[in-house]
Design a protein around this ligand. Structure first.
Ligand code: NDP
Length: 310
């Protein structure tokens, strides 16, 4: 019997993933979910947000590979079998995220929203640039993606702070840990970047009191999950002018509703959840390695800690 890998993702086309994986896993049958005829042969699932009940069709599953970094939706499902889950930890995906984060940080640090607005008014409106060494940036969440985001920001010369649950060593990043340190850190930063996964502990972590703890005039960047932020509180902080602006790639409801006040706020850049995406060629080797580890019954790297939620 040939073992099968089932693929499901709405945003990701099947062919590039099949083309990247086939040479690395020649003994596997790699199929789209709708083409599976013998569900009992399916041992591996490579999926992004499959429809509800998806996993119950595959009784012999041994491994779920999450076709992305965030596992919040996956872990909330009631059909998720009690088998290992791995998530992508692809370096190229991290680079794509870090490049977006750098763009967003530089956009605020160099007052670009001000010039965009001035241009609409045909106004030559000079603001003397601040050097990077005078701009404090706080990165919340220092994982696979967040860690590279923080080190790349530090590499540009920004005074870079990081926040995580456990201490770690990232070049050029001053790291603090634990809930008690969060508001003190927010108070230091000119720009705050959320790279936190959505878990029960981080849901609405950035609420009205967190925004109040930030410096007046600080900018906020959310590249991780919308639900980490209490969106009405963010809107209030932006509307009042307490925060100077935001770059938002993720939202509590996606797609963001046309009636959301965020669309109308000046100094808010909105992008439709694309700061980083799963990349077949660079991610295929780590997916193949995870499948090989399961087949050989050797320990898995990058497995998701269901108890922590990330
Ligand atoms: P990881 O799971 O690798 O790391 C999570 C980080 O957050 C770790 O540093 C962890 O601390 C820290 N953390 C978790 N919970 C807490 C808490 N309660 N308090 C303080 N720190 C906490 O995540 P990644 O860096 O790979 O990715 C981050 C998120 O980015 C993903 O979960 C996903 O939601 C989002 N994402 C968004 C994309 C987009 O296009 N906008 C694309 C891909 C991902 P510790 O290190 O101590 O464990």
């Amino acid at each position: 019997m040939t073992a099968t890998l089932v693929f499901y993702s709405k945003p990701d086309p099947f062919e590039p993933w099949a083309d990247a994986l086939k040479p690395l896993l020649p003994d596997l049958d790699i199929k789209r979910a709708e083409d599976i005829v013998q569900p009992e042969h399916v041992r591996f699932a490579l999926v992004w947000n499959p429809p509800s009940g998806f996993f119950t069709d595959f009784p012999s599953l041994q491994l779920v590979v999450n076709l992305g970094a965030g596992v919040d939706k996956l872990l909330k499902r009631d059909d998720l079998p009690d088998i290992p889950i791995v998530r992508l930890q692809d370096r190229e995906m991290a680079r794509m995220m870090a490049s977006y984060a750098l763009f967003a940080v530089i956009r605020h640090a160099r007052d670009i929203p001000h010039f965009e607005n001035a241009k609409i008014r045909r106004e030559w409106s000079y603001i003397h640039p601040r050097p990077a060494s005078e701009v404090h940036v706080a990165v919340l969440g220092l994982g696979q993606l967040g860690g590279l985001v923080a080190t790349e920001i530090a590499r540009q010369g920004y005074v870079t702070h990081g926040w995580a649950t456990r201490p770690k060593d990232l070049p050029g990043v001053n790291i603090v840990t634990g809930q008690n340190e969060l508001h003190k850190l927010l108070a230091k930063a000119d720009i705050v970047v959320s790279m936190l996964p959505l878990t029960p502990d981080t849901y609405h972590l950035l609420d009205a009191s967190a925004f109040k703890s930030m410096k007046q005039g600080a900018a906020f960047i959310n590249l991780s999950r919308g639900e980490v932020v209490d969106e009405p509180a963010l809107i209030a902080a932006l509307r009042s002018g307490y925060l100077s602006g935001a770059t938002l790639d993720v939202f509590e409801q996606e797609p963001l509703a046309p009636q959301s006040p965020l669309w109308e706020l000046p100094n808010v850049l909105i992008t439709p959840h694309l700061a980083s995406v799963a990349l077949p060629r660079s991610a295929a080797p780590e997916i193949a390695a995870a499948i090989r580890a399961v087949q050989a019954e050797t320990p898995l790297n990058n497995y998701v800690r269901r108890d922590l939620g990330y």
